[in-house]
Design a protein around this ligand. Structure first.
Ligand SMILES: *Cc1c(COP(=O)(O)O)cnc(C)c1O
Length: 393
């Protein structure tokens, strides 16, 4: 058994990255300034989006964007429950209602048909998730949103570097990326909104920083003119340069990071191909590049001889970390109590919510680490099966 604990995720940080953060700290300017501007320019260049706006988190940008779109009481927002609950939380906090759609059992992606069926005259925004870095079927979703007059906002938290039909996520429409440390590249905490909508970009920029109008002059000054006026009350969710510089450093490595993740996912899938009861996700059939943000499997209790909780415990005993991405939003305590109408209505989501388990996958994993993950899974299941066949269950 391995002696050191292998977490399911660890950010990829080089000594040069650390030195770059040190340079910012020594520069005398550590909050929003040239590094945030550089990050926004780099994300715009990478994705092909005309506007990129950085903030303290993907969640913050979700909040600001929903506000900027005028979403509020009486409005509905359509999206999967199988997502990080931060998005449904923001919908609730601005007074709107979540309308949850079920996902495909094996890709965990929301289909155009499911989204179309969930739209009502009260729907303002549709928020599909590019789950684990696999893109949803964007062309028909974009077409139906245009036809039904609702705003399409992509939750691209997992999807920096993902492509759909040869187009980079973020290059069309509006998408929110996360730079949380678990994500493929990180700024410590942070997020970036990309959009073609100049009005949306302007309003989100303003809401991000007290509601002050930020013009080109202010940005050229790397600060804000003392005369700037509040145009509407705003928040304080600007990213700091000491954070931005990390992501600025990591973005040029994104392709190498994804390639390494892809190799790890393929190796672990191959190593577990003959293991009954550990069901990988399926990649969607449309042309895409998968960002391989999460290595998610489903634990089939009958074939494994143990449920997910026990499986995770057995891996932990073998020094292998795991995670759950995600418990379906509508199964969280507050949602069960306050939005009970969703309980039992999303069968594929609920089936997966009870079985999904994230295995280790991060670029700095070694070949030995990969072998240890495969070995630990096989060893854990072999023990359980021996007990089942020996009648000790
Ligand atoms: C991480 C994540 C978010 C939120 O990103 P933060 O930067 O952590 O706020 C939103 N949606 C999904 C699917 C995520 O995984």
């Amino acid at each position: 058994m391995r002696s050191a604990f292998l977490p399911f995720c660890r950010p990829s940080i080089t000594e040069d990255d650390i030195a770059a953060v040190g340079d910012v700290l020594r520069s005398g300017w550590i909050t929003t300034g040239p590094q945030v501007a550089a990050l926004e320019a780099a994300v715009a260049a990478r994705t092909g989006a005309p506007h990129a706006i950085a903030a303290t988190s993907g969640t913050a940008l979700m909040h600001l964007t929903l506000m900027a779109l005028g979403v509020g009481p009486g409005d509905e927002v359509v999206g999967p429950s199988m997502t990080w609950v931060s998005t449904p939380n923001m919908v609730e906090l601005i007074g709107a209602r979540n309308v949850f759609v079920d996902v495909d059992r094996d890709t965990l992606l929301a289909s155009p048909e499911a989204i179309d069926a969930a739209i009502t005259p009260r729907t303002k925004v549709v928020i599909p998730v590019h789950y684990a870095g696999a893109p949803v079927d964007l062309d028909p979703i974009r077409a139906l949103c245009a036809r039904r007059g609702v705003f399409l906002l992509e939750d691209a938290a997992h999807a920096i570097g993902t492509t759909y039909r040869r187009r980079e996520i973020g290059c069309d429409g509006s998408a929110i990326f996360s730079l949380h440390p678990i994500k493929n590249i990180t700024s410590g905490e942070g997020g970036v909104l990309t959009t073609h909508d100049a009005d949306l970009a302007r309003t989100v920029r303003r809401l991000r920083f007290h509601g002050l109008e930020v013009d080109a002059h202010d940005r050229a000054q790397q600060g804000r003119s003392p005369q700037a006026q509040v145009q509407q009350p705003g928040f304080k969710q600007n990213m700091a340069d000491m954070n931005a510089v990390l992501a600025v450093r990591q973005l040029p490595r994104l392709d190498a990071i994804i390639d390494r993740r892809d190799a790890i996912v393929r190796a672990i899938h191959a190593g577990l191909a003959d293991v009954d009861g550990i069901l990988p996700l399926r990649d969607p059939p449309w042309p895409h590049r998968h960002a391989r943000h999460l290595l998610v499997v489903r634990v089939d209790e009958r074939a494994c001889g143990m449920d997910r909780a026990r499986f995770m415990e057995e891996l932990k005993r073998r020094n292998i970390g795991t995670g759950i991405h995600f418990l379906a939003s509508h199964t969280h305590a507050w949602y069960r109590q306050n939005r009970p109408e969703w309980t039992g209505t999303l069968p594929e989501t609920e089936w997966n919510s009870a079985r999904i388990c994230t295995l280790p996958c991060f670029p700095d994993m070694t070949e030995d680490d990969v072998r240890d993950v495969i070995g630990a899974v096989k060893d854990a299941l072999a023990g359980a099966r021996a007990m089942v066949s020996g009648g000790i269950r």
